[in-house]
Ligand binder design. Structure first.
Ligand code: HEC
Length: 148
């Protein structure tokens, strides 16, 4: 009997020991975040891009479901002036790609309902055209917007 109790106690100690270690490790991870926090700071342009992504994901759904589509979001016009993470992305062709994209996005709200799918995919093509030249990372995500 005495032996059994000490085995139970030993077991408890081992489990608690593990828990304590785990907690310690978690604290260490949390401690590390502030040092690298700067890396996660997003630029004005990156925030705008996320807005454009979410907005177009919504419009995509509306088109697929045959619903009325959201109006052109004037906030997208900031693509011409928003601050970028890396200013070297702002080369000679940026303005041209930006204008091409804005025109396509505006055009979607002008065309008839039955051509919306095609016109929407032109917007996605305009996103990708600009990204191909400078910021290729998000392209697989952007491609998910295409309406098959
Ligand atoms: C005129 C060029 C251009 C067009 C058009 C464009 N992008 Fe971007 N995109 C960029 C640049 C440059 C960045 C990097 C921004 C930064 O980090 O400051 C970016 C970044 C992104 C990101 C990553 C944001 C993040 O979280 O860091 C996503 C997602 C994105 N774009 C989606 C889109 C979508 C969707 C469209 C079309 C609706 C689009 N882009 C149109 C140039 C463009």
């Amino acid at each position: 009997m005495k032996n059994n109790i000490s085995i139970v106690l030993l077991f408890c100690f081992l489990v608690m020991g593990c828990e304590a270690k785990k907690t310690k490790r978690q604290i260490k991870i949390i401690d590390k975040i502030p040092a690298s926090f700067k890396m996660y700071k997003t630029s004005e342009m990156a925030n705008l891009m996320r807005l454009m992504y979410v907005g177009n994901m919504q419009v995509r759904k509306q088109i697929i479901e045959g619903k009325e589509i959201t109006d052109f979001n004037k906030a997208y016009l900031k693509i011409h002036t928003a601050k970028l993470t890396d200013v070297s992305d702002l080369d000679d062709t940026f303005a041209t790609f930006a204008t091409f994209f804005i025109d396509a996005q505006k055009n979607l709200n002008q065309v008839s309902k039955d051509t919306r799918k095609r016109e929407f995919n032109k917007i996605v093509a305009a996103c990708i055209a600009c990204h191909k030249d400078r910021c290729t990372g998000p392209i697989p995500r952007i491609k998910k917007l295409i309406i098959p």
